[in-house]
Write a protein that binds this ligand. Sequence first.
Ligand SMILES: [Zn+2]
Length: 283
Amino acid sequence: MIQDIFPHQFSNVFENSVSSSNACICPTFENQIFLLEENNFLKFIETPDVSDNYQFLFKLDSVPFYFKEQTNEEKDILSKKFPEGKWIKRKDLRNVLPKHIAFVSAIALQLADWYKNNQYCGRCQSKTQHDSKERMVFCPKCNLQIFPKISPAVIIGVFHQDKILLTKYRNGPTANYALVAGFCEIGETLEDTVCREVKEEVGLQVKNIRYYKSQPWPFTDTLLAGFFCELDGSADITLEENELSLAEWHSRNEIPVEENFVSLTNEMILFFKNHPEYFEKSP
Ligand SMILES: [Zn+2]
């Protein structure tokens, strides 16, 4: 999956001021990040010193990363200074290499976007300030504290004997096969979301819900939790046509999906295909 970047090590422990002789900067502009291209691979801009108006993001392999949203003028200066540079949108990062650059760039844009969207207090409209001890902004007037927003969502591998339910989303970013998925509503457990989404999207009942793995998905500010569950009752699908263009049962030997090393969805589909023994046991 995209977050599996070993031997590289990502650390998002917050530090207010990091003294380091080497750092990387992530200039951002309207949800795009500026990266340098070298021999078809992307890399970050390294710098021996970071100016005060850059905000700390995280560390990769002990190197601190900082970002600053660029003005139009700064953006032009940067493009002239680094002709090998490229602006890349967050949603397009999943397709770039190397994978660790793609992953941390998406995280950088996720954090940059959060800082940008919380410059003012949503309660009293005062200008917010960056906290010095943790990744939080606060309102000096009404004391509202704002932490980075992550929306939990579930990915659901519904199976029945040797078949798994594959879907295609009507307005999804790709035309690839997917699994049933959806965001958690306030007041729901993850398991409640699993049952509700399966019922809403394909009209089926499920049982024996088993947690599989999770995945940070910085492209949509989401934390994904993957579950497998077994069909309970009728296998007749009633498609929610506003969301899905297709939902169909595929037996193990007819799963039309190739490994992509990016998404939890992809890993779960192939895990079902390659590990029948896991699904024979009751949880
Ligand atoms: Zn306020």
